[in-house]
Design a protein around this ligand. Structure first.
Ligand code: UGA
Length: 468
């Protein structure tokens, strides 16, 4: 099939590359000339596993790049809209990019086409997209508007796209549903997974994935409700972690006991410094605004957001309780990205905390396997960048773990202790077992678990694991 994907951001770029891998001819449209030139030259603008392989496999063959939206729409039978929907001041999604794309697409509709929302949008967006296309003189028989929300996570975007839990297509006509079924047929009929050059299957894949056909409005709601629910799960466990701290219980044990109930499940119950990224913060806020506009006061979502913000403040208080004053202290920081496996720092709780620590007069030496370049672009003064976790720890008064990178969970603890001025680790992601840390000579603080001290002695008396 000939497919246009409008917007080469995270979702658009990954979807475009994956559609090409399914065998479709894809035109990726963007109005950013620099980005297009970079993509044509073989550059990969985001850090995402398997994306470089897919782009080099299909670039200039099944995957082409263009800034001519009208022409791309004319050449394609399905047009996926994956442009940004940033939050406005009041927390609503700004849909002006979606509107201008709809306006431009209408000029390219000269035969039946399906216009598909791929960006996360409020529930009434499909109606508006339809209205805008009609308003610009398009014959109503020549198009349908559908919704096909994307559930990919950064860091595992390509495998999430190709091995999804489910594919949701929201269509208000059989004709548009048939077109979207055909787009995803290589996944739903399993043929993609039999190919020798298919992207390797992740552990938890349910193949072939089910396709869920709903009304357009239901599909729009499925996306917002899914993200809001996952954010709620995280805030819920963070609130439970706070209770654990008050009573001396261990949140990891609680998660194990709660998460093994198959109705609840263990995933997205990792306590930490709160959720971040370009999706959850924006989508929870937007869903709250959508509900309000539709006449429902979704106050539960306010609480989800409040707990999330509070979680960062609680972590700061923990740093204070471990180190007392912060002015002039040298802090090693592991992690700047909003989560492990990505170079994305948008709404990163780690970055928020680094900024707060700098404001309090600490000296921060940070290491992140992928996000240091991006951090440098937004934060040039005050922070020093290290080449490794050990370099970040070197001579520090304490080490803070802020992002759940796998490599941070596998550090050589002996070496780490020798690098640090004081063997204090404040872990915002619960990557270590408190008992192991204490046995290794660390004073170890984490989330929802009691602080662990070697021999029950305060940190200042210990140097390199030995009593001073
Ligand atoms: C999220 C959703 O998981 C995707 O399904 C969705 O498609 C995407 O948003 C989107 O709307 O585009 P993503 O933002 O890439 O994906 O990242 P997640 O893996 O969901 O993590 C979000 C944040 O929650 C991170 O800051 C992470 O550290 C935090 N988190 C996640 C926790 O604190 N605890 C957990 O148990 C899980």
């Amino acid at each position: 099939m000939r497919i246009a994907v409008v917007g080469s951001g995270y979702v658009g770029l990954v979807a475009g590359a994956c559609f090409a891998d399914l065998g479709h001819d894809v035109i990726l449209v963007d109005n950013d000339q620099q980005k297009l030139a970079a993509l044509r030259n073989g550059q990969v603008p985001i850090h995402e596993k398997f994306l470089p392989e897919l782009l080099s496999r299909h670039r200039a063959q099944r995957l082409t790049f263009s800034d001519d939206l009208k022409e791309a729409a004319r050449l394609s039978s399905v047009i996926f809209v994956a442009v940004g929907t940033p939050p406005t001041e009041s927390g609503e999604a700004d849909l002006s990019y979606v509107e201008s794309v709809a306006r431009e697409i209408s000029g390219g509709i000269d035969g039946y086409k399906v216009v598909v929302e791929k960006s996360t949008v409020p529930v009434y967006t499909s109606d508006w997209v339809r209205k805008i296309i009609l308003r610009n003189g398009t014959d109503p028989e020549l198009f349908d508007v559908a919704s096909n929300p994307e559930f990919l996570r950064e860091g595992t975007a390509v495998t999430d796209f190709l091995f999804p839990d489910r594919i949701v297509i929201g269509c208000d006509s059989d004709r548009s549903a048939d077109v979207l079924r055909e787009v995803y047929a290589p996944l739903t009929n399993g043929s993609y997974y039999k190919r020798s050059d298919a992207i390797p299957q992740p552990d938890r894949a349910s193949i072939p994935p089910p396709i869920i056909v709903t009304s357009t409005k239901s599909a729009e709601l499925i996306k917002h409700a899914s993200n809001a629910f996952l954010a709620m799960k995280i805030s819920f466990i963070n609130a439970v972690a706070s209770v654990c701290e008050s009573v001396g219980a261990d949140v990891n044990q609680v998660v194990h006991g709660v998460g093994t109930d198959s109705r609840i499940g263990p995933r997205f119950l990792n306590p930490g410094i709160g959720y971040g990224g370009s999706c959850f913060p924006k989508d929870v806020m937007a869903f709250r605004a959508v509900a309000r506009e539709c006449g429902y006061d979704f106050r539960l979502l306010d609480e989800v957001m409040r707990i999330n913000e509070d979680q960062r403040q609680r972590f700061l208080r923990k740093v204070h309780s471990a180190l007392w004053t912060l002015r002039g202290k040298n802090l090693g920081v592991l992690g700047l990205a909003f989560k492990g496996g990505t170079d994305d720092i948008r709404e990163s709780p780690a970055l928020f905390l680094v900024q707060a620590l700098l404001q309090e007069g600490s000296k921060v030496t940070a290491y992140d396997p992928a996000a240091m370049e991006r951090t440098q672009e937004v934060m040039s003064s005050g922070i020093t960048f290290a080449n490794s976790a050990y370099e970040a720890a070197h001579g520090a008064d304490a080490l803070l773990i802020l992002t759940e990178w796998e490599e941070f969970a596998n550090l050589d603890l002996n070496r780490l202790r020798q690098e640090l001025k004081y063997p204090i680790v404040i872990d915002g992601r619960n990557l270590y077992d408190p008992e192991v840390m204490a046995a290794q000579g660390f004073t170890y603080y984490s989330i929802g678990r009691a602080a662990a001290h070697p021999d029950g002695l305060p940190a200042a008396v210990l140097k390199n694991g030995k009593k001073a």
